[in-house]
Ligand binder design. Structure first.
Ligand code: COA
Length: 116
């Protein structure tokens, strides 16, 4: 299930986000996690199965345009190709932002185009 990020999950969230090609640098990664903690319109969700956190999806809500931009999406390498990435997109769309258009940015467009 998809749950909202909490500060207590910071390390696991950073570990997952670090699989994004643009988040390899620790300073960049720290800035990204801070942005999710501090900006009201940046929201990070984690995919949890039993007690394991296996994926992360980060979005920016653009109220003015009725859009939710998927900025980051990542799954633990040991659990890929099992549909978790697609389930996270599905849950974000259906359970959190059903009134919004879900769109990609340049970092996530390749995977999101597979999910429509
Ligand atoms: N671009 C396009 N398609 C991709 C992809 C990518 N970067 N990565 C995986 N896929 C495809 C797989 O080839 C597979 O296709 P198939 O169903 O035709 O065989 C499908 O997505 C697998 O879907 P699913 O099992 O739901 O995805 P996942 O749980 O393995 O997670 C990612 C997919 C992208 C989140 C995961 O590969 C990942 O964490 N990658 C590293 C982080 C990253 O690069 N994120 C940005 C992606 S644009």
């Amino acid at each position: 299930m998809l749950i909202r990020y909490k500060k207590s999950m910071e390390k696991i969230a950073m570990g997952l986000l670090s699989f994004m090609p643009e988040e390899k640098d620790v300073k960049k990664l720290t800035g990204t996690i801070r942005a999710y903690e501090e900006n009201e319109n940046w929201q990070l969700y984690l995919w949890k199965e039993n007690d394991d956190v296996l994926g992360a999806i980060g979005v920016k809500v653009d109220e003015a345009n009725g859009e939710v931009i998927v900025q980051h999406i990542s799954v633990n390498p040991s659990h890929r190709e099992q549909g978790i990435g697609q389930k996270m997109i599905h849950d974000v769309r259906e359970n959190y932002y059903s009134d919004y258009q879900i769109v990609a940015n340049e970092l996530t467009t390749s995977f999101l185009s597979k999910c429509v």
